[in-house]
Design a protein around this ligand. Structure first.
Ligand code: KG4
Length: 337
């Protein structure tokens, strides 16, 4: 019998439904709200929820039509049930629960960050021990996996996520949302002339990105007070280099410590061109495979959710209809939903 997973993702500002048939992606429809949130300089949670409600039916219809699959043929319904914006998550969850009830299908709760890690399987199968560098707007975590669906968090941010720092720095110098994209683009025109601090520059796997962000804000305010111009491309380049260098300087010693065979990048910040270039450069003399997700996998999508769900389906990790959204769900607790 065919294994057909229908997966739903609505944790932030993308409404997406994917269909995975026998581990082949046959549909991945994404409706992004980015242009609407751009006007506000960030995601407006209430607007995000309302737009998910407007879009989800259309996205579902298009996914089924693209895959040429009927709901009756689907084996299971997977849904991102956390972490994310609570209202946004609930829209996907209600859709999933309704479909599971109507068509009598198992319901699979999927952790959003597990999805970002498994997005790499569209490039290469995960190989263990694997180090996942998870970098997004809400998370910065180093995860060691010894086997499928086993997530050992060896470190992470103690304050801001790296993507949050990119977004806040961008805002302070007047660059549009999403800030990471703007900083990445502008950095190419700049040089790393500003000296910024490297908080928590120690031998742990933990990070602190709020210190770098605050240093940039103070620097911009001081220059303004003195009536001096900020060289925005140079500042963008300095910030990006400091943030990414710190990320890799602290993450890469894990390769030796945990005998890592493969490194995967995951999350929105994995689109960063300097990070992509540096991770390849810094590992070229190490006996480790580096997997970089394609750009379409770095933004939120249901295809990555369907990949994790396929493994969860094999393990029969199913939820009942009392499943609720868990905006603070931790990856290490992924089987407690
Ligand atoms: O994974 P994601 O789509 O959302 C969360 O679940 O948080 O990540 C969004 C984050 C934002 O902070 C955005 O500024 C950042 O990813 N981002 C980037 C780039 N593209 C997106 N950061 C640095 N460089 C980029 N090219």
């Amino acid at each position: 019998m065919d294994k057909i997973i229908l997966a739903i993702e609505s944790s932030c500002d993308e409404t997406s439904i994917a269909i995975l048939k026998n581990d082949e992606l046959v549909a991945n429809v994404i409706s992004t709200q980015i242009a609407i949130h751009q006007k506000y300089g960030g995601v407006m949670p209430e607007i995000a929820s309302r737009l998910h409600i407007e879009n989800i039916g259309v996205v579902l219809k298009e996914a089924l039509e693209t895959a040429k699959i009927t709901m009756e043929e689907v084996s299971a319904i997977a849904v991102t049930s956390g972490p994310g914006l609570i209202g946004a998550l609930h829209v996907g969850l209600q859709c999933a629960k309704t479909l599971a009830l109507m068509y009598n299908k198992p319901l699979i709760p999927v952790h959003h960050l597990a999805g970002h890690i498994y997005a790499n399987e569209f490039v290469s199968p995960l190989k263990f021990p694997c180090l996942a560098i998870v970098v997004s707007g809400g998370n910065t975590e180093l995860v060691v996996m010894d086997k499928h669906l086993s997530f050992n968090i060896i470190g992470g941010t103690i304050d801001d996520a790296i993507g949050e720092a990119f977004d806040k720095v961008a805002r302070v110098v007047g660059l549009p949302y999403p800030g990471g994209v703007s900083i990445d683009r502008l950095s190419k025109e700049g040089k790393p002339t500003y000296v910024l601090p490297r908080p928590k520059d120690d031998k742990t796997y933990d990070y602190s990105y709020s210190g770098i962000k605050t240093a940039v804000i103070n620097l911009v305010n001081n220059l303004k007070q003195k009536g001096q111009e900020v060289n925005v491309p140079n500042l963008a380049c300095s910030f990006q280099k400091t943030a990414v260098d710190l990320l890799l300087d602290k993450a890469l010693p894990a390769v030796e410590e945990f005998n890592i065979k493969q490194i995967v990048l995951a999350g929105g910040v994995s689109a960063n061109s300097y990070l992509r270039e540096q991770i390849v450069e810094r590992t070229k003399n190490k006996d480790v495979e580096v997997v970089i997700p394609p750009l379409w996998c770095t933004t939120d999508n249901a295809a990555m959710i369907s990949k994790v769900a396929s493994y969860l389906y094999d393990e029969k990790v199913f939820a009942d209809l009392s499943l609720s959204a868990n905006p603070n769900w931790k990856l290490k607790d992924y089987k407690n939903f």
